[in-house]
Design a protein around this ligand. Sequence first.
Ligand SMILES: Cc1cc2nc3c(=O)[nH]c(=O)nc-3n(C[C@H](O)[C@H](O)[C@H](O)COP(=O)(O)OP(=O)(O)OC[C@H]3O[C@@H](n4cnc5c(N)ncnc54)[C@H](O)[C@@H]3O)c2cc1C
Length: 509
Amino acid sequence: MTSVEKAASRATASPSLIADLQAQVGERNVVWKPEDLLLYEYDGSIDRASPRVVVLPGSAEEAAECVKVANRHDACIVPRGAGTGLSGGAIPLRDSVVIGLARLSRILEVDTKNRVAIVEPGLVNIELSNHVEQFGLYYAPDPSSQKACTIGGNVAENAGGPHCLALGTTTNHVLGVEVVLADGTLLWLGGPERESSGYDLRGAFIGSEGTFGIVTKVAVRLLKIPEKIHTTLAAFTSLDAASQTVSDIIGAGIVPAALEMMDRITIDACEPVYHPGYPEDAEAVLIVELDGLTEAVDEQSEIVDRICNSNGASEIREADDPAKRADLWATRKGAIGAFGTIAPSYYLVDGVVPRTKLQEVMRQVRAVGDELGLTIGNVFHAGDGNLHPCILFNERNRDEVLKVIQAGERILEICVEHGGALSGEHGIGIEKQAYMPLVFTEDDMDAMKGLREAFLNPDHGDSGGDDASATPVSERFNPGKVFPGGASHGEAYGITEHSVRRAGRHDEV
Ligand SMILES: Cc1cc2nc3c(=O)[nH]c(=O)nc-3n(C[C@H](O)[C@H](O)[C@H](O)COP(=O)(O)OP(=O)(O)OC[C@H]3O[C@@H](n4cnc5c(N)ncnc54)[C@H](O)[C@@H]3O)c2cc1C
């Protein structure tokens, strides 16, 4: 047996599926050897599953043909960007074919007059702002993962980021998307024009987590780089004082471009990596960024300084020029990676609470960590009440994983109990599907499923292939995600919803 034959004998995809995909995109753009598929088993969350095969189309038309091939082989499809997602969205459940968009990474058009760009979905987020900076423009949504995540993944998750407080998340900056539907139809929802009439199908598609179809082009709105940008970093000796500062800034009628917070554990993780030299007694650090016309920014930054001081800030650092501002941001932007100095793995919970509940919820999050013996760092978008408790643990210790899932569940319950939501920006994916009933009724979820059915269009979907009848059409794209019962969070570790409840405070259940 040759080495290729040996690999083929271990392949999970049938030779005919591999050959049919290769016929569309070329041999080198189909990944089917088990050892190569390992790369596509995971994203930034803790769940894992192996794909049947991965195909990397080089154009929207090729992506559409790949969907038709998958239909003919009765295979489900999981679209994938950079795999930085934090809710398990890109994990290929049910032996799916992964359609990876990494090769579709071009900036196709920049219309500086109308401030619109058309890009492919595999474009890495930061590359768009880097490219249009020469025209005095930028693309606002800036997930902290922006050096790696793709615009297509951002559309699918309706991603946010530090600078989405004043300007809104991805949906506020996307004018239209070209998509492939379940039968391989390629069409635009919205478009590069600023106004469109009819149903807002673009809006419905954004945030659909890869369950409606594949994004193959994105028309985005670009913004003019503000006349002045001013960054303030303030250290506080208590988390409460920092949280109060957040409320006071917004209460003063100021909506900063960004308003971010890091707690003591995060500061400790960052110190050996970035050496920011924050005061030794700092329990929390706030970053407040203001932008706009010079006069307004100057006036607002004075107010922000006053508020920080009145809440007992122990140190304030300020910067206007890009290099010094980047220095102030370096710790915040790299904070999640720096958690590696404390533990080998992290699990980042994404819940939202009303800003006024921040102090109480942060206290309760800390109590969850104490109760379960887990270290939890907090680095988050404080301005919009979007918490990111980062639970630090060792993925190889199953008991710890179980506790981590319990802690995540408890934290989400706390957010909901305080009038918050299940996700600010990372989506539901596998991770939060079991918790959907905490905020949605059966009727709510049926309405959402109805919308998904409309996009998947059962008639078209089932006529897409020769024998495409075994997989229900509702499962065709990204099966097992978003709705309860689709998959079990932690299954890769042998953990089920039942074991989480049995081990936790739900003993009575
Ligand atoms: C360190 C770190 C920091 C982060 N910070 C932020 C943050 O500040 N804000 C934020 O919102 N998120 C953040 N994230 C989460 C993540 O980066 C975002 O969810 C991002 O949008 C995912 O993009 P991706 O290209 O990696 O998508 P993937 O992880 O590959 O996929 C995510 C989902 O999108 C679907 N998908 C991907 N591409 C397409 C496509 N072309 N068509 C249809 N569906 C598609 C997938 O099926 C999956 O459901 C962070 C992640 C990390 C690791």
